[in-house]
Design a protein around this ligand. Structure first.
Ligand SMILES: Cc1cc2nc3c(=O)[nH]c(=O)nc-3n(C[C@H](O)[C@H](O)[C@H](O)COP(=O)(O)OP(=O)(O)OC[C@H]3O[C@@H](n4cnc5c(N)ncnc54)[C@H](O)[C@@H]3O)c2cc1C
Length: 402
């Protein structure tokens, strides 16, 4: 068989792996098998500009469909891979003949974590991962509509910011005592809570949803003793990585498909990239599963390099962003409970950075409307710098000079 790469999953990791293969001069066949009806697209606008109706579907596409055709990249849409046969080196599809591969990339991403309380299946209870998910509820976010968001993570809060601007009556229910609890220090969490409350969002913490109720459609969300009226519910409580194909094929899985820093599994013909992987990160000093576009793109590229026989480790500091109101939050590194937090700039003026020190080492930065700090902190974190906290707190000193 001549060289044929099959990529399972047409998200940003899969799309990037295909594009990088051609950029690196791969001349064999490349097929991206994806179960969605779209060319690979960017998900971040789904809870931001696309939800707000400010950008079209096409603007989210990584490349227009014609570009893939020009590069002889085959995109199989609405097509699900059901099994990997490593002995025969082929993938089985829900319909049609198996596809043979010489190299295989798993870029299967994640699926939304679902609620399993009573009433979870009622019409009007929505999730947010795909273009079709948004199209199913976007028109209902009209002035006066009662929107209940379950989950005070980034996606839930971004949806709240868009919906309140549209005039919806928005309630966020978060079961932890603080929003963004997993990812930021309490100071940051309180800052975001205050901004949302000032905009009119009703944020309720330590509020665990126990049921959804309604006659034929969701009308109420039950949280222990309290009842919140709802015309529409959007649940954002995280994702579950799609690892079943890999596990069934006997590949190592541990909260993600286990790969090395070059996106390689233990099978020399199989690679994995994006939200579905658990991978080592030198800067973090351990293995982790990241749900971020920069990681999906970096690992997609790494898989292509490894297939070309020129493995290139991913060494990037993890980074991510979130847009809410006038707040452009950009984050580098990963903070943990117990890290010392140093604030540079003014929270009241919505222009500051939260810097995190662990045993004196700069490990993470969450910059709000401070693009320079974001860019410069990447280098400091990668270099494991030990800045003087007093100087760090002084925004008149550039981070790069510390
Ligand atoms: C609303 C929202 C907002 C976000 N905002 C940000 C942000 O601001 N910044 C940021 O960095 N990240 C953000 N993210 C996260 C980011 O979008 C993901 O990290 C990124 O999309 C991961 O890409 P991926 O290709 O690994 O996985 P996915 O995007 O999940 O793509 C995987 C694809 O594979 C398909 N698939 C799975 N199994 C099969 C199969 N067996 N057969 C065929 N196809 C299959 C899936 O349906 C999917 O289309 C956001 C995500 C969402 C949902």
């Amino acid at each position: 068989m001549s060289e044929a790469v099959i990529i399972i999953g047409g998200g940003q990791a899969g799309g990037q792996a295909a594009l990088s293969l051609r950029q690196l001069g791969f001349e064999g066949a490349v097929t991206v098998v994806g179960d969605e009806p779209y060319v690979p697209y960017e998900r971040p606008p789904l809870s931001k500009s696309f939800l707000a109706g400010e950008v079209s579907e096409e603007r989210m596409f990584m490349r227009p469909a014609a570009f893939y055709a020009e590069k002889s990249l085959v995109l199989l849409q609405k097509t699900t891979v059901t099994r990997i046969d490593r002995a025969a080196r082929s993938v089985h599809l829900a319909e049609g003949e198996p596809l043979p591969y010489s190299k295989l990339v798993l870029a299967t991403g994640g699926r939304v974590r679902k609620m399993n309380c009573p009433g979870a299946g009622l019409p009007g209870v929505h999730y947010l991962r795909t273009i079709d998910d948004v199209l199913a509820f976007r028109d209902r976010l009209t002035a006066g509509a009662k929107l209940v968001i379950v989950g005070g993570g980034y996606i839930g809060l971004e949806v709240a910011a868009v919906a309140i601007k549209r005039g919806c009556k928005v309630t966020v229910l978060e079961m932890q005592p603080l929003v963004l609890n997993r990812v930021v220090a309490p100071e940051m969490s309180r800052f975001y809570t205050d901004v949302h409350r000032a905009a009119g969002v009703d944020i309720r913490t330590s509020a665990a949803v126990t049921a959804f109720e309604g006659a034929g459609r969701v009308e109420r969300v039950i949280c222990g003793d309290s009842i919140v009226a709802a015309d529409i519910v959007i649940v954002g409580i995280g994702i579950v990585p799609n690892v079943e194909l890999a596990a069934d094929a006997g590949l190592a899985v541990n909260n993600g498909i286990v790969v090395d820093d070059c996106a390689r599994t233990a099978d020399p013909d199989i690679f994995a990239a994006g939200d579905c992987t658990n991978h080592p990160n030198e800067v973090i000093g351990g293995c982790l599963r990241l749900e971020s576009v920069p990681n999906a793109l970096a690992q997609g590229k790494a898989a292509a390099h490894a297939i070309m026989g020129n493995p290139q480790p991913v060494t990037e500091v993890p980074w991510f962003w979130s847009d809410q109101y006038d707040l452009k939050l950009q984050m580098t590194g990963l903070s943990k409970p117990g890290d010392r937090i140093v604030i540079r700039g003014s929270m009241a003026a919505h222009k500051f950075s939260a810097c995190y020190l662990r045993e004196g080492v700069f490990v993470a930065c969450q910059a709000v409307n401070m693009a320079k700090d974001f860019l410069q902190s990447k280098k400091l974190i990668a270099a494991r710098t030990r800045p003087d906290p007093m100087r760090l707190a002084d925004p008149s000193l550039a981070l790069k000079d510390l």
